[in-house]
Design a protein around this ligand. Structure first.
Ligand SMILES: C[S@@+](CC[C@H](N)C(=O)[O-])C[C@H]1O[C@@H](n2cnc3c(N)ncnc32)[C@H](O)[C@@H]1O
Length: 417
């Protein structure tokens, strides 16, 4: 029998905002000079065909991603009607995989199963088949296994459980996707660690909930900016410094401006705290500056080229009820002017070919209608190129962030100089 090569060898589980995850993934893969790729999207999963080298690089890069949940290898691909042929293959695959786990001393592992299929019958069959294979493998390898079976068709380990239950150390999560007539089977190799982010969030000296961008979103925005290590990230509306901090963590320099003294104090305290934890304290301290200023006057303090601008700016006054159309329109015009002025001034310092990652608000003023600053007009006025599609996965830009029924929503815009 001729062995067919695997077509898809990698799976990626997208976050709640699939478009944002795909945009970030596209940006990561572009870094490896991948501009074309065979992929399939199904539910919250993307199946990818990558070289071994690119797969390894991707898994490593995901460590810094903000919007992706999990990723892993696909090791077996089979037609559903050949289900019976799968059992010996699963056993062989499990044996090989378990042997790579660091369990020499304890001889104990945890196995979780994530079987995603639309038909309950197939799920039951696959579940029982994998279980039998696990029992056979564990008795062959003289190990003790604790199996966590899915309760429902779509249940799988959350990243939280993954780390809380120590699956990352002594366990594997088998992922089985049944897409139409095909079964794809493999295991998770990377999971986002929410405990690390919660810790980082709680340990920050100052948190101002009304002024903060979420850590994960900030990380995604920094990744999308593609600023090279050692270059300057500029946030003209830096708030508590979340974006700046994510930049520093990725070895970028950071400049922040905020007009609110409370926010400047908060940013400084947060970045100081980070610098002090770092092994080369003084060096990190030299890498950032924060200024108290209206960012429309940024040329009073800027004296250096910047590798990228990343910001979640002032999004207008906080409102609880739907605004009138006129009120929403006035706010958008005011913000459009502010963004245009700040970007026009910033572009002077931005390296050619480099990016601006900007969040803009979208105000809903009736159940159906909304309004947002004219991001195309901003591009023209600032002499910037507006990105309308991602290189991979056909993501249309701007990407919507937040829930549709919110009064104030957000859009992610990417410009290039
Ligand atoms: C949404 S917050 C930024 C959140 C920030 N990315 C963070 O993670 O903390 C917007 C910030 O813009 C600041 N701001 C508003 N108008 C400004 C202006 N004209 N110049 C500078 N800062 C301004 C506000 O004080 C506020 O801290």
């Amino acid at each position: 029998m001729i062995k067919m090569p695997l077509s898809f060898n990698t799976f990626v589980k997208l976050g709640a905002n699939s478009e944002l995850s795909k945009l970030e993934l596209s940006s990561i893969l572009e870094e490896f000079s991948i501009t074309e790729l065979k992929f399939q999207e199904w539910r919250k999963y993307l199946l990818l065909e990558l070289s071994k080298e690119h797969q390894a690089k991707l898994i490593k890069s995901l460590e810094n991603s903000g919007s992706i949940i999990k990723a892993g290898s696909i090791k077996l691909e089979e037609k559903v009607r050949n289900l019976n042929e799968l059992k010996p293959k699963i056993t062989a695959y499990l044996t090989k995989t378990i042997q790579t786990l660091p369990i020499q001393k304890t001889r104990k592992i945890k196995i979780s199963m994530n079987i995603q299929t639309s038909t309950n019958e197939i799920r039951k069959q696959i579940n029982s088949m994998i279980k039998k294979s696990i029992y056979q493998t564990s008795s062959d390898l003289l190990i003790e296994t604790k199996i966590r079976s899915p309760k429902k068709e779509t249940t799988e380990l959350s990243p939280f459980q993954f780390f809380k239950d120590n699956f990352h150390k002594r366990g594997i999560e088998i992922t089985c996707l049944v897409i139409k007539s095909k079964i794809f089977l493999g295991h998770v190799r990377w999971v986002t660690n929410p405990l690390k982010d919660i810790k980082q969030d709680e340990e920050r000296p100052v948190r101002l909930f009304t002024h903060g961008t979420s850590i994960k979103l900030a990380r995604t925005l920094v990744n999308l900016s593609k600023i090279e290590k050692g270059d300057v990230l500029f946030d003209p509306f830096c708030g508590t410094g979340t974006i700046l901090l994510e930049g520093l963590k990725q070895d970028l320099k950071a400049i922040g401006i905020d007009r609110d003294p409370k926010c400047v104090r908060a940013s400084k305290a947060n970045l100081n705290h980070f610098s002090m934890q770092h092994s080369s304290k003084e060096k990190v301290k030299d890498k950032w500056s924060i200024y108290l200023l209206d960012s429309q006057d940024l040329n009073q303090v800027m004296d250096t080229e910047i590798g990228g601008l990343v910001t979640e700016p002032y999004l207008g006054p906080f409102i609880k009820d739907l605004p009138t159309k006129e009120k929403a329109k006035d706010t958008m015009i005011m913000l459009e002017k502010l963004y245009t002025k700040v970007l026009q001034r910033s572009v002077e310092y931005l390296k050619t070919g480099h990016r601006i990652i900007l969040i803009i608000p979208e105000y809903r003023y009736t159940q159906e209608y909304s309004i947002y600053p004219d991001f195309q007009k901003i591009a023209i006025k600032c002499n910037l190129k507006l990105q309308t599609e991602s290189t991979l996965f056909n993501v249309k830009l701007p990407v919507q962030i937040g829930r549709k029924h919110n009064i104030i929503n957000r859009k992610l815009v990417i410009y290039t100089k």
